[in-house]
Design a protein around this ligand. Sequence first.
Ligand code: FES
Length: 153
Amino acid sequence: MTRRKWLDKFVKMAATVIAAVLGIPSLALLAIPAFRREQSLWVRVGPLSDFRPNEPRPVTLSYQRRDGWVIKTARTTVYVVVFGDGKIKVLSNICTHANCAVRWERSKEGFYCPCHDGLFAIDGSVKSGPPPRPLDEFQHKVEGGELFVKLRG
Ligand code: FES
């Protein structure tokens, strides 16, 4: 092998190594967000004192949600239920039958789904109609008198 050929091969190999060292981390940096799994996050609902016992109240929450490389503002509505004994439930407003929105109806003493006359009790359990299971419940916590709910990010 001549010196010129050897030098030519050496330069090509060095260029390949440098391209790999710089390129692979850059590609990984670009690709990782696409494979990132949804994370859950705590969203502030508001002061617990805003909620009266046995009077479920809907709250619409706005939060930032990551979708691959894009960060979107998402909205979701939950029902906050404070019971007479101080226990709290944060319930989804989505019916478990066919995903219609439920609303609290005092006259029915339950969460009513107008799509197929489903009715859920104040604790989210099914009272009547076709829903196959209770309303979904969100994990929550109270810190410094403020209510927070855990949502999927
Ligand atoms: S969607 Fe709610 S009862 Fe059918």
